[in-house]
Design a protein around this ligand. Structure first.
Ligand SMILES: Cc1cc2nc3c(=O)[nH]c(=O)nc-3n(C[C@H](O)[C@H](O)[C@H](O)COP(=O)(O)O)c2cc1C
Length: 195
């Protein structure tokens, strides 16, 4: 089975630690990803043990604050249970990697249209690095989950870590404690046209 078939989001983990050399191999796959103008805008923070707990406590604070916010659109409010579930998964996984965009700060203030293009390209490049890493992990028998729910705690986590970089995502890594069914995927015909 090729790695694209093998990779699935893993939301249950065994407690076994991942060896540092294996983590370095995964990050190496991210390091080699393509990026717009070869800017390589990514930075990875590997969290385990007490540091991981501390950062996840900050994430919990952000989620709690978001739940109480009067300004949050209803459709996001409905997603809060998903954010809490994601936090539970992150607490279970032995490793959480935070993925930063070193060329952008807080994404919430408005930005100029011109800047928006490089912003989009940097985000795409970082997505390529994340995809390389989770495919590499799958190839090594290590499960992973790509997490965007860090959006609810951008301020809390970046302030805690004392960084102005933009927190793009987190990724959990761990040995799979489940074998989920393949999630439904659109067919090639649904997503492709040949002209
Ligand atoms: C940008 C991005 C953000 C995601 N954020 C989350 C998340 O916060 N929590 C979660 O449980 N899954 C998250 N996922 C995983 C998706 O739910 C998952 O990839 C999708 O349901 C397809 O399942 P598969 O990965 O097993 O193919 C995210 C995936 C991507 C690409």
């Amino acid at each position: 089975m090729d790695i694209f078939e093998k990779r699935k989001s893993i939301r249950k983990y065994k407690p076994d630690e991942i060896k540092k050399e294996d983590l370095l191999e995964i990050i190496e796959a991210g390091r080699l990803a393509p990026s717009a103008k070869n800017r390589q805008p990514w930075r990875f923070t590997v969290l385990t043990g007490e540091k991981k707990e501390a950062v996840l406590n900050e994430m919990e604070k952000g989620i709690e604050k978001s739940k109480k916010s009067l300004f949050m659109p209803k459709k996001f409010k409905n997603g809060m249970a998903s954010a809490e579930n994601t936090l539970r998964i992150m607490r279970e996984a032995p490793v959480v990697v935070l993925v930063f965009n070193i060329l952008s700060g807080n994404p919430y203030p408005p930005i100029f249209a011109g800047k928006r293009v490089s912003e989009i390209h940097n985000t795409l490049s970082i997505g390529a690095a994340i995809e390389n890493m989770i495919l590499k992990a799958a190839d090594m028998g290590i499960g992973s989950l790509w997490i965007g729910n860090t959006v609810y705690a951008h301020k809390e986590i970046t302030s805690y870590l004392g960084t102005k970089d933009q927190l793009i995502s987190a990724i959990t890594f761990g040995y799979p404690g489940e074998e989920p069914e393949r999630r439904p995927k659109k067919t090639i015909e649904d997503i492709t046209e040949f002209l």
